[in-house]
Design a protein around this ligand. Structure first.
Ligand code: GAP
Length: 491
């Protein structure tokens, strides 16, 4: 098995070679931190989306979904605080002119320390602790001095010749209309940096038309855009990405309890996909975003280390209150439940919100990096190996490959009949070229959980060989049982 950094490179190559992910506009040498999902990748991504959407909107009676536009009225972003606060502290190296996000620069250095040994690992922890407390105070002079005293260098120039730290807004903007100049503030619109605001501005529309009672949630999947300065690490940090967010509207004062509940619920969701518990950990935020009174990340152990996969945020009533103030439209809910302490209805209030926010592309990377395995299958007689993607069956792009042993003797016709019987229920793939062994390997590399081979015995007793991807075990089953075997595995 390749080591972790090699494994990451191997995954990137595998994604390209097998039609999962391509660099965007590759024929023009690509566009930094923008990627396209290919024929296999778009299936895997859709399956992840469906799994999340179903768990949120179908399995919870009190959560509904929406699909809001990417463009929103520009005042939205003033109200939400993004125009003023959606900044990252940046530092430039004067020799290379390369710009870094301060936390990424320090974290990268801490990772290098950690790789050296136990003593250095403790130093790394100490360094990150200092960084977090300086970030929490927006102490940029302190952060710069932390970088200098630790002699943290630019990877390009190898020098420690740094500018002061400055804030950099991450939103992309463009203009509406045809005759405006780019500095016309009135026509400036932003590409949304989070999907959440589309939910907040529709809070009352959904609550009223859906006759929703608090507590209830609104879920959404959609694109978000951020002008990330240090956009690297493949699809981990992109400029155009997708989020799966849910805002859960609650009674003020109940936020602690709901925050804990959603922390647990979301971790359970991840584990329900069969990924081992030790691959996940919580990371509580010390520096809170401008809208939050508590926040944590669910981190996943990617080949590049433990990193944020999902955020759970207690957003208070910040967003709805801001939208009420900026729009001059009341964002209140009338709660006619009885408050046991007063014996009267709770009445009008602006709800508090717990948010769960997961990056779809990061989830894709988590699933892919856990699934990817290079296996040595050599025996005394012969060298052999395979790359297998051990996806949870329900997420696999293809569920069943149907492979006639030969192209003649009526075997393709039987295989085509199996395809016709199954393809309305799940994604099947037909292939008759090359040896069965080669075809199995190709399906392993795409993460197909089941292959069936139609052979001459099939003509006699209506049975096929079903081969299981992970164990490579093969068994003989009657054709009529096939569909249920697959359906049970992907349920
Ligand atoms: N509405 C809250 C929000 O947007 P966030 O922590 O900034 O919070 C939520 O983002 C999730 O979106 C992250 O946990 C991550 O999975 C994903 N995400 C954020 N920036 C990303 C980027 N540049 N590329 C890919 N995914 C990103």
């Amino acid at each position: 098995m390749a080591n972790d950094s090699n494994k990451f490179q191997a995954i990137i190559s595998h994604c390209k070679e097998y039609g999962f992910i391509f660099p965007s506009s590759e024929i023009y040498d690509g566009l930094q931190a923008v990627y396209d999902y290919g024929q296999m990748g778009s299936e895997l991504k859709k399956n992840i989306k469906d799994y999340w959407w179903k768990s949120m909107t179908q399995l919870h009676d009190n959560i509904v979904g929406i699909d809001a536009a990417i463009f929103m009225h520009p005042t939205t972003w003033k109200a939400s605080g993004h125009v003023e606060n959606f900044n990252d502290p940046m530092i430039d190296n004067k020799d290379s002119n390369k710009r870094y996000r301060v936390d990424h620069l320090i974290e990268g250095f801490a990772e290098e320390l950690r790789a050296k040994g136990e003593k250095e690992s403790n130093e790394a922890d100490n360094l990150l602790g200092q960084m977090e407390s300086l970030l929490a105070k927006d102490d940029f002079a302190g952060l710069k001095s932390l970088i200098e005293t630790n002699n943290i260098k630019c990877a390009v120039s190898d020098t420690c010749n740094w500018t002061d730290i400055r804030q950099f807004n991450l939103m992309f903007s463009t203009e509406f209309g045809s005759t405006v100049s780019s500095d016309d503030e009135d026509n400036k619109v932003y590409l949304r940096p989070e999907t959440a605001q589309g939910i907040f501005v529709n809070f009352l529309n959904v609550q009223k038309t859906g006759r929703m009672k608090i507590p209830f949630g609104i879920a959404q999947i959609g694109k978000a855009f951020r002008n990330e300065i240090v956009a690297r690490q493949f699809i981990f940090r992109m400029r155009e990405f997708e989020q799966m967010e849910m805002q859960f509207f609650i009674r003020p004062g109940t936020q602690k309890e709901w925050y804990e509940k959603w922390k647990t619920t979301r971790l359970e969701w991840h584990k329900s996909l069969g990924m081992p518990a030790e691959k996940y950990r919580y990371h509580d935020h010390v520096k809170l975003a401008h809208y939050a009174d508590a926040a944590c990340d669910i981190e996943f152990e990617f080949p590049i280390g433990f990193k944020e996969l999902e955020g759970i945020h207690s957003r208070t009533d910040f967003d709805l209150k801001q939208h009420q103030e900026f729009s001059k439209k009341k964002q209140q809910y009338f709660d006619n439940d009885i408050d046991p302490t007063t014996g009267k209805a709770y009445g009008n209030y602006i709800p508090y919100v717990i948010e769960t926010s997961i990056g779809l592309d990061r989830m894709f990377l988590a699933v892919m990096s856990h699934a990817y395995e290079e296996q040595d299958l050599s025996t005394a007689e012969k060298k052999d190996s395979r790359v297998v993607l051990k996806f949870p069956a329900k997420l696999s792009p293809i569920k069943l490959a149907v492979l006639p042993l030969t192209k003649k003797d009526g075997l393709p016709e039987i295989a085509e009949q199996i395809m016709a019987d199954c393809k309305a229920d799940f994604r099947c793939f037909y292939e008759e070229k090359d040896s069965i062994g080669k075809r199995y390997r190709r399906m392993d590399a795409l993460g197909t959980p089941f292959c069936v081979t139609v052979d001459h015995q099939t003509k006699e007793d209506n049975t096929v060989t079903i081969r299981h991807r992970d164990s490579m075990d093969q068994e003989r089953v009657s054709i009529e049982k096939l569909k249920n075997i697959v359906l049970n595995a992907i349920a």
